[in-house]
Design a protein. Structure first.
Length: 379
């Protein structure tokens, strides 16, 4: 029995095809084990396969099976904008034992990494950042998050361009990481952390970038660069969304268009004590955000947000609330002759969306029995 269709070093889920067994002359019983990055058994199952007229067995759907175990940790756990470096084993292994005539006839294993899009590349030969972007425009209160597959020779550098009393200068430093081949490095920084890392005042930084390099024979070779340009312009509206991108790692985008809100009432009714009664009334508020003028990479990132299992609104490096994207309005022609913009509608994920707040009474310096809130319009 010969096994073909396996991809050495791992594969992104959407790029996996069928595993083919050739030379099969009797039914094959396969015991599957799904293992995490520490080889802990997550699940087991058994299937029976029957050869076709060419004595072949086609095993389909392994990528879909693996994908259900690749959601990983929640965004609440992953998101920590002051953590700097973090390593996660974001892959699973499917191990299969092949039995024919109740005898072990062979085994195979396949490693799977998460990706919701077809890539036509393999994780073992993908040394770049796990992001669609190479250049990002961010705001001073916007944390940054980027990831890459770790290798024994991987070295990360941080470089910044800053204003030193009217003179533009550069500085760089090596960023501490670890050597855990096969693991995913998740890097997260706020501008304050970047300032501390480079020993440069945050207000003086114009832009910064991270360089992914390899070290061989005491020589650094740059593989990939991701650059962040700081926009200090004041915007009337800015909504920052945190989500998992197509590779299942945290990503943040800022939408600067107009935020429109609409409301509707949702009532729940049920029979109680032989009477049809209203159990609850909730006010559902929908937020429709214009993305502002965006490029194609940002559009694809918005599509990642729509498909993400979790989406959060963040402010000042804090999670505000989990939301559910309910609609996107995007219409354009190719080739495009006009700028691209999208309208995204979301609502708070919680059923009860309203929060209670009350101003604290402040007597101030008022004298007498009436304070400044007393209505004296009758005078």
């Amino acid at each position: 029995m010969i096994v073909t269709g396996l991809i050495e070093g791992g594969v992104f889920c959407q790029d996996m095809g069928d595993v083919v067994l050739t030379g099969v002359y009797a039914p094959v019983n396969i015991n599957f084990q799904i293992l995490d990055h520490q080889n802990n058994v997550l699940s087991t199952l058994s299937e029976s396969y029957y050869p076709d007229n060419n004595n072949k067995v086609f095993i389909s759907g392994l990528s879909e099976l693996a994908d259900t175990y690749l959601q990983g940790e929640s965004l609440q756990t992953l998101f920590n904008p002051t953590s700097g470096f973090g390593a996660k084993g974001m892959f699973v292994t499917i191990h299969a034992d092949l039995y024919q005539d109740e005898q072990l006839a062979g085994t195979f294993e396949q490693i799977f990494y998460q990706c919701n899009s077809r890539t036509k590349i393999f994780p073992s030969s993908y040394p770049y950042f796990l992001s669609r972007f190479r250049n990002r425009t961010i705001y001073p209160d916007q944390p940054v998050s980027f990831s890459f597959f770790m290798d024994r020779n991987t070295v990360l550098f941080c470089k910044a361009i800053y204003d030193n009393g009217g003179t533009v200068r550069e500085t760089s430093t090596q960023v501490a990481t670890a050597s855990l081949p096969g693991y995913t490095a998740i890097m997260q920084y706020s501008l304050t952390e970047i300032s501390s890392l480079l020993q440069v005042p945050a207000d003086d930084i114009i832009e910064f970038q991270f360089q992914l390099c390899t070290l061989e024979n005491e020589t650094y070779t740059t593989i990939d660069v991701i650059k962040f340009v700081i926009d200090r312009n004041v915007t009337m509206e800015r909504t920052m969304l945190l989500f998992k991108n197509t590779f299942g790692v945290p990503e943040i985008i800022a939408l600067t268009g107009q935020n429109k809100r609409t409301s509707s009432l949702v009532g729940t009714y049920a029979w109680m004590q032989r009477k049809y009664r209203k159990v609850s009334t909730d006010l559902t508020e929908l937020h429709t955000i214009c993305s502002g003028w965006i490029d194609k990479n940002t559009l694809e990132s918005i599509r990642d947000a729509i498909k993400s299992s979790e989406v959060f609104v963040i402010e000042n490096s804090n999670l505000v609330e989990q939301v559910t994207i309910t609609d996107i309005d995007l219409d354009y022609e190719t080739p495009r002759t006009t700028p691209l913009a999208a309208y995204i509608t979301y609502r708070v994920a919680d059923r009860v969306q309203e929060t209670f707040a009350r101003e604290v009474y402040d007597s101030g310096d008022e004298e007498g029995i009436f304070d400044h809130t007393f209505d004296d319009s009758f005078e």
